[in-house]
Design a protein. Structure first.
Length: 360
């Protein structure tokens, strides 16, 4: 089949990744000059060019899940046999913690509807397009086949699970020693009392400790990611709960944990892109103030958003990565035309917001 609507034409045009590199050489002189001026002044500013986190801070962000881990997990998870299925530890009661024959463990998520597993998978691969997949645990899709080699050892347990034979589930690599995360300012306790979160801008960052700044780098990606996917099952749901629980922002943030290396882990993205897009009218009054509260970004994230905006290729790039890396993609399908248009519109909105921050 020929290129789908919104896909870049092949041939003379540069690839998406090659285009991301355009302009970096032109920026080097300006950035080196800024760094020399900061060094001469005896300080290391947390923000470059008014709206981008400094290279020093980005270098201190915990590595998260390496690209090699993400690439190796799907084949390993599908090749291993499921030795046992246990209740608890993986969210809703229909999910299971699987022990695999290679010694690893995985959260097996069985959605209330297939669109939740589709949302989980598409959100994971969109994170790859945006350059932030290291913040999400490695994930792969699998078919529930009780008579197949992978699931045969737990056939009896499957009968008691009420899972449908042939259903698609997600296998997410289990991570030990995760801990809860409370939202920092401006999204934490200062958002209480029903007030909207105030803006995080460069002017207020100079006096903050480095450890807090490193965490804010990750939060800026998280809020942008949740806006693009319309995932309400994280910070937006906490803001919603302020109307009856004024202390909710002082408690752990839903589906956000801290890994053993100290980095944030964006967990359980089932509400993203599909389920979240159906409920935009309910949740955008929370998503938009959250996005507007961020005016400092990772430069790589902003560059990817700008390129997806310029080429109008958000859905096409997501489709390309999803189909290339997930053999079971056709069992769940892709975004509808309307959902693809919504994704592009949200990319465009983020791009305009970054431009607004730059103008300020």
């Amino acid at each position: 089949p020929g290129p789908q609507r919104g896909e870049p034409r092949q041939g003379g045009q540069k690839t998406f990744r090659a285009l991301l590199a355009v302009g970096r050489e032109q920026q080097q002189e300006q950035e080196q000059q800024e760094e020399q001026e900061q060094e001469a002044a005896g300080r290391a500013a947390p923000v470059r060019r008014g709206i981008f986190w400094s290279r020093e801070l980005e270098a201190r962000v915990p590595r998260g899940f390496a690209a090699e881990e993400a690439a190796a997990w799907p084949a390993a998870a599908r090749a291993a046999r499921v030795s046992s299925l246990e209740r608890g530890g993986c969210g809703r009661s229909s999910n299971r913690l699987a022990r695999l024959s290679d010694g690893s463990r995985a959260c097996v998520r069985y959605g209330v509807s297939p669109e939740q597993i589709q949302g989980e998978a598409l959100s994971y691969h969109l994170a790859g397009v945006l350059g932030m997949q290291q913040r999400l645990p490695p994930m792969a899709l699998a078919l529930v086949e009780p008579r197949g080699r992978q699931w045969e050892p737990v056939r009896e347990e499957l009968r008691g699970s009420l899972w449908a034979e042939g259903a698609v589930v997600s296998l997410t690599r289990w991570v030990d020693n995760l801990t809860a995360v409370v939202a920092p300012a401006p999204w934490g306790s200062e958002a209480g009392g029903g007030r909207r979160p105030r803006a995080l801008s460069a002017a207020e960052l100079g006096g903050l400790p480095a450890a807090q700044l490193v965490e804010l780098v990750q939060w800026s990606d998280l809020i942008l990611f949740d806006y693009l996917t319309a995932n309400f099952d994280r910070l937006a749901s906490n803001l919603f709960s302020l109307q009856w629980d004024p202390r909710v922002m002082r408690r752990a943030t839903s589906n956000l944990l801290r890994g053993p290396d100290g980095g944030l882990v964006f967990m359980d993205n089932e509400a993203g892109l599909v389920h979240g897009y159906r409920l935009l009218a309910v949740w955008d009054p929370y998503h938009e103030p959250l996005l507007r509260s961020v005016c400092v970004f990772r430069e790589g994230t902003a560059r990817r958003v700008a390129e997806l905006h310029r080429r109008r290729s958000a859905a096409a790039e997501l489709r390309r990565q999803y189909r290339a890396r997930e053999p079971l993609w056709a069992h769940l399908g892709f975004l509808s035309e309307r959902q693809a248009e919504l994704l592009q519109a949200r990319v465009d909105f983020v791009h305009r917001h970054i431009a607004h921050c730059r103008a300020q």
